[in-house]
Design a protein around this ligand. Structure first.
Ligand code: NAG
Length: 335
């Protein structure tokens, strides 16, 4: 969905006023998933709008489910937690346990593709990227018998996310899980020699799963990122700027963040921002924020941060100003 011009202008104006007046300190402007019943462990959230206008957010295994889902009539919530497990069977190559970071996209034929990280049956120290398809947003999803990407010699792969460009081409962006073969320390990659955790971009056909050509690397960790980069998702701003959101740091530590890099083409080159979008102990008082997914029109973003229950769903408006992604900081307007 591409935002109408009036919407884009409204987002722009709100973003500008937020920049002029820095967000006040404290958590007040942040909104935790609306409905007070929905204080649940809901890590690595993704978000999509269905053809009937309803919004869905999907999350990593928890609360007795392998793929969790919540529903809302507005992406700013309130979110209703649904009792469905969207992927009890993650495919014969997986253990169907510890399924991570699901991302669902609506295809042009009205069907749905889910990208996810499945625990590898032959080596449970690793995950690989899988795909599953469904005729209905709440499933049942049928997993492919083969992983989408799985090279265990470089650590397997996780955190897939779908993206459709303005020209209609589809892509899957994901992380080579190099830290799973690291040498210990922070997220198992805090001790030299450090293992690469590249972010790869794979073009796919209209069915969302058939590969077109080979993947290209669009990002990797540097010392500034600590052990890894992961959780990639791509947003195309209406002005033609591509934003690659990712997390760096370790998700179990306060170093985790919502970070981003910018490019003029989906294939890059991407330049990392000098300051992440959300960090522990910034003005919003969250701990270990990360695992973000933007709304496709660029108006908002969902992510998780630590809470008593584990990692809870948070959301906020965003805007893009020149070479920076900014948080609108206005709770309950727009998005
Ligand atoms: C797995 O990765 C290694 C190291 O990059 C590479 O040499 C090998 O060809 C890859 N295997 C497959 C099946 O792609």
């Amino acid at each position: 969905m591409i935002a109408g011009l009036h919407q884009v202008v409204a987002i722009w104006l709100l973003a500008s006023s937020a920049l002029a007046a820095p967000a006040p300190a404290g958590g007040r402007l942040w909104k935790r998933a609306g409905n007070p019943e929905f204080q649940k462990d809901f890590p690595d959230p993704s978000i999509m709008q269905d053809s009937d206008g309803m919004w869905y957010s999907f999350a990593t295994a928890g609360n007795g489910k392998q793929v969790q889902v919540a529903k809302a009539s507005n992406p700013r919530g309130p979110w209703e937690y649904l009792d469905n497990d969207l992927l009890p069977n993650a495919g014969s190559w997986t253990t169907s346990k510890n399924t991570w970071a699901p991302d669902v996209r609506l295809l042009s034929d009205g069907s749905y593709v889910m990208y996810y990280s499945g625990e590898v049956k032959s080596n449970t120290a690793h995950h690989c990227v899988g795909t599953a398809t469904s005729r209905a947003v709440l499933g049942p999803y049928t997993p492919s018998d083969e992983p989408f990407d799985c090279n265990l010699s470089i650590g397997g792969s996780i955190d897939p996310s779908g993206f459709q460009d303005e020209d209609g081409k589809r892509y899957v962006v994901y992380k080579i899980d190099g830290n799973s073969i690291g040498h210990g320390g922070s997220c198992n990659n805090g001790v030299a020699p450090f293992i690469a955790t590249p972010i790869l971009l794979q073009e796919v056909k209209e069915d969302g799963v058939t590969k077109v050509g080979s993947p290209i690397q669009i990002l990797d960790r540097s010392d500034a990122d600590g052990p890894l980069v992961e959780a990639p998702t791509i947003l195309r701003n209406p002005d033609g700027m591509y934003v690659l959101f990712f997390s760096s740091g370790c998700f179990t530590e306060p170093t985790y963040n919502v970070n981003y890099a910018l490019a003029k083409s989906v294939r890059g080159p991407y330049s990392k921002s000098s300051t992440p979008l959300v960090t522990t102990d910034d003005a919003f008082g969250l701990t270990a924020p990360g695992g973000a997914t933007p709304v496709v029109d660029g108006s908002g973003i969902v992510f998780h941060a630590d809470c008593a229950e584990g990692r809870c769903l948070f959301e906020n408006k965003i805007g893009i100003q020149g070479q920076k992604v900014v948080l609108d900081g206005v709770d309950g307007i727009g998005m």
